[in-house]
Design a protein around this ligand. Structure first.
Ligand code: ATP
Ligand code: MG
Length: 348
């Protein structure tokens, strides 16, 4: 019987409510599919920062290396400078563990009213480059208080960084409907994103069986709303992927529905699985947060560590549960956080 070691980092706000619900689902599905999960919980995040002036201890990354995966909620609290968590927790884990793929699927949930007029089935995956680009935090604020003050951020896209995420995305497309759309803005970012386009086109030649097209970010945001059914695999940069995945969440019906994985495809380091939304302090502590995205992240995690049947089982149970109308407030329902997880477990 396989045993997996999972590091659990609930983080802040609703992370502390939805992560335990996700864990209940993981434990139930493990029992059904004959494997065991050993978990250890870490109280890192913005709350930890207020007590220790850092988001995780100095040996935090070393500690995480001993696990098969990290199951993460969200980091952030009002009153903690929101430029810090990205720099000190999320970005640190993503870059140190070479989690260069941010895998963010978008799909219609049965029984969930989406905001779009079209009833067409939506099923695509955003592959967001997760370690470089616009998020490298190279730059500075110069003479910020003076009349001539300026703020500068530099985007860095490397051949290696673009190629590795592109290979992942093309291979993923091969397992799906064999269509890849890559999204940039090379008509105005004529150095960085034109280079991105060039490298993607070179990689595309190795995948002649995958239909490949290119779209600009402005047009693609409109297409996400008007014709989301045309997408299969969407490959894009760190910043555009961040924005598009919130739009993807909205297109599904709520930010609370999106699951994701920060993936190191070579498995040299653990990957980290988290919902696409943040810690939502405005609704924390009320047991009303939508846990579907956190539960979906559990399925993505189990698939990554090799328990694909268990992952599929979770997805079927989610579908059955939303179809039954077990919906949280953000979806127009009245089920609370734990009732959703309990219903998913019953439907496994
Ligand atoms: P981050 O910077 O970490 O991405 P954010 O500032 O973008 O965070 P979120 O925490 O994602 O903000 O919240 C945005 C809005 O979506 C809030 O109004 C929040 O209540 C709502 N929201 C987010 N997640 C959920 C959820 N799981 N269930 C219900 N509502 C949610
Ligand atoms: Mg956000």
């Amino acid at each position: 019987m396989s045993n997996y070691k999972i590091a659990v980092v609930p983080g802040d706000g609703i992370g502390q409510e939805i992560v335990p619900e996700g864990l209940k689902v993981i434990e139930a599905v493990a029992k059904k599919h004959n494997f065991t999960i050993e978990t250890e919980s870490f109280d890192w995040g913005a709350g930890y920062y207020l007590r220790n002036e850092k988001f995780l201890p100095d040996n935090g990354l070393e500690t995480l290396k001993n696990f098969d995966a990290v199951y993460f909620g969200a980091v952030g609290l009002p009153g903690v400078d929101d430029t810090l968590p990205a720099k000190d927790y999320t970005f640190k884990v993503r870059t140190s563990f070479n989690q260069y793929v941010n895998y963010r699927p978008v799909r219609s949930y049965p029984g969930v009213p989406g905001p779009l007029r079209s009833e067409k089935e939506i099923d695509f995956v955003i592959v967001r480059e997760n370690t470089e680009g616009e998020f490298v935090q190279v730059g500075g604020q110069y003479l910020p208080d003076s009349e001539n003050g300026m703020g500068v951020d530099t985007s860095i896209f490397t051949r290696k960084g673009i190629e590795r995420v592109a290979h992942y995305a093309f291979k993923l497309a091969r397992t799906r409907r064999k269509k890849l759309t890559h999204i940039t803005k090379s008509n105005t970012l004529i150095n960085s994103l034109a280079y991105w386009d060039r490298v993607i086109k070179e990689v595309a030649e190795e995948y002649p069986d995958v239909e490949h097209d290119q779209m600009y970010i402005d047009n693609s945001t409109a297409m996400f709303v008007l014709k989301p059914e045309i997408f299969d695999v969407v490959l894009t940069t760190n910043l555009f992927g961040d924005i598009l995945s919130d739009l993807g969440g909205a297109v599904m019906g709520s930010l609370g529905l999106g699951g994701s994985g920060n993936i190191n495809p070579e498995k040299e380091f653990p990957s980290m699985f988290e919902p696409i939304h943040g810690s939502a302090p405005d609704i924390a502590g009320q047991n009303i947060a939508n846990p579907y995205g956190q539960i979906w992240s559990a399925a993505i995690m189990l698939d990554h560590i090799g328990e694909t049947e268990a992952a599929n089982n979770i997805m079927q149970a989610i579908d059955k549960t939303t179809k039954q109308g077990v919906l949280t407030v953000d979806l127009g329902g009245n089920a609370n956080t734990s009732e959703v997880a309990d219903a998913v477990i019953t439907n496994l």
